[in-house]
Design a protein around this ligand. Structure first.
Ligand SMILES: NC(=O)C1=CN([C@@H]2O[C@H](COP(=O)(O)OP(=O)(O)OC[C@H]3O[C@@H](n4cnc5c(N)ncnc54)[C@H](OP(=O)(O)O)[C@@H]3O)[C@@H](O)[C@H]2O)C=CC1
Ligand SMILES: CCCCCC(=O)/C=C/[C@H]1[C@H](O)CC(=O)[C@@H]1CCCCCCC(=O)O
Length: 329
């Protein structure tokens, strides 16, 4: 009999999550039925969506949602062999049972030199978000000037590097000088710390006096109100995330988007990466190739110990993570 440790949502978050909103429980897992596999989490992913989606989809007492790279430790399913690694949506848990339908084996061959945790980041859901958001929503062309915020994060760092591969000039914003130095190191043309510039409006104008063709928005809110006013004619805006708003208790009223959108004839589109689930293999193959060739660099922020999952989650939400936030079991 396997006992799993599970982090649950004790109380729905009110504003920024607190340690007391989470509760660690122990759950006895049943015996495997035919077709099922038992998995042990190896790396857990920490993602911003967990904040808004837990509010939307979880009840108090439910297991926290999330994905992991997990090792198959017992199998009654011929497709999944003991010892293989899979990406799963098992939630915040040490062990779980799956019928195999939601499991994705790692792309093969997976180079020995690459950490398998990349399947949760650059060669996983965040990398795919960058890939499809950039090529399908921003529809980048060589010579375009692209702006991306949260640029040193899991999605943003891939966005900037893919845009460079596509021949764009890339401007990135991040929340610390260390992150900004990293952006320059991985090839961003311009990068600045949005927390320390006196005026975001002026910093954006200085980075690209002629404005922006494409804006990959991970942050939303006030940042976007300002960025939107510096778009070039026919600019394309990929609305990927709005992390600056996820902890708000009340809906914000803001400057409204219509006037700059009409004057500049902008195209602004929200998206969820699962729209391209039928092209997942294509995206992962391309990302894996660019990582192996050294054209996409990665940085992971690894917290050790399952007991630290809530702290790592709260840290990521406030920007402590330098690169993709991962927990190692
Ligand atoms: N539409 C889709 O399908 C998907 C959307 N997303 C979205 O993409 C965005 C980035 O996700 P991901 O790359 O995983 O996360 P990151 O690795 O970028 O981590 C989150 C980062 O957000 C930044 N941040 C936090 N609070 C604020 C704030 N108030 N203002 C500005 N920046 C803030 C911090 O960076 P800093 O230090 O720079 O402030 C922090 O490190 C999120 O909004 C997420 O919801 C992600 C995956 C799929
Ligand atoms: C206003 C909220 C915007 C959130 C944007 C975001 O980060 C989306 C992330 C999704 C990504 O595209 C693919 C995913 O796996 C993320 C969503 C996961 C949702 C799990 C929902 C489970 C449930 O509803 O039970």
């Amino acid at each position: 009999m396997v006992k799993a440790k599970v982090w649950t949502l004790k109380n729905h978050f009110q504003g920024f999550p607190k340690a007391s909103d989470f509760e660690l429980k122990e759950v006895e897992l049943p015996k495997l039925k035919d077709g099922e596999v038992l998995l042990a989490s190896v790396f857990l992913s920490l993602d911003p969506y967990m904040r808004p989606y837990s509010q939307k989809s979880l009840k108090e007492g439910d297991k926290m949602m999330g994905s992991q790279v997990a090792r198959i430790v017992e199998s009654k399913n011929p497709t999944y062999h003991i010892g293989a690694f899979a990406v799963a949506n098992g939630g915040w848990t040490t062990h779980f049972i799956s019928d195999g339908k939601d499991l994705q084996l790692l792309p093969t061959p997976w180079p020995e030199t690459l950490p398998i945790s990349l399947a949760l980041g650059t060669i996983g859901m965040p990398g795919l978000t960058a890939y499809f958001g950039l090529f399908e929503i921003c529809r980048i062309k060589s010579g375009d000037i692209l702006l991306v915020n949260s640029a040193a994060g899991a999605v943003g760092a891939v966005v900037g590097q893919l845009a460079k591969i596509g021949g764009c000039k890339v401007v990135g914003c991040a929340g610390s000088d260390k992150k900004v130095a990293y952006l320059k190191q991985i090839g961003f043309d311009e990068a600045f710390n949005y927390k320390t510039v006196g005026s975001l409006e002026e910093a954006l104008r200085k980075a690209s006096p002629s404005g922006y063709d494409c804006y990959f928005d991970n942050v939303g809110g006030e940042f976007s109100d300002i960025a939107l006013r510096q778009m070039k004619k026919y600019g394309r805006i990929a609305v990927c995330g709005a992390i600056s708003l996820y902890n708000d208790e009340e809906l914000q009223k803001g400057p409204y988007v219509q006037v700059p959108m009409i004057y500049q004839e902008l195209c602004m589109e929200g998206f969820i990466v699962s729209r391209w689930n039928n092209r997942r293999e294509e995206g992962l193959k391309a990302l894996l190739k660019w990582v192996v060739e050294g054209k996409i660099k990665y940085h992971e922020d690894v917290t050790e110990g399952f007991e630290n999952m809530p702290a790592a989650f709260m840290g990521m939400l406030k920007g402590d993570n330098f690169g993709k936030a991962i927990l190692k079991m």
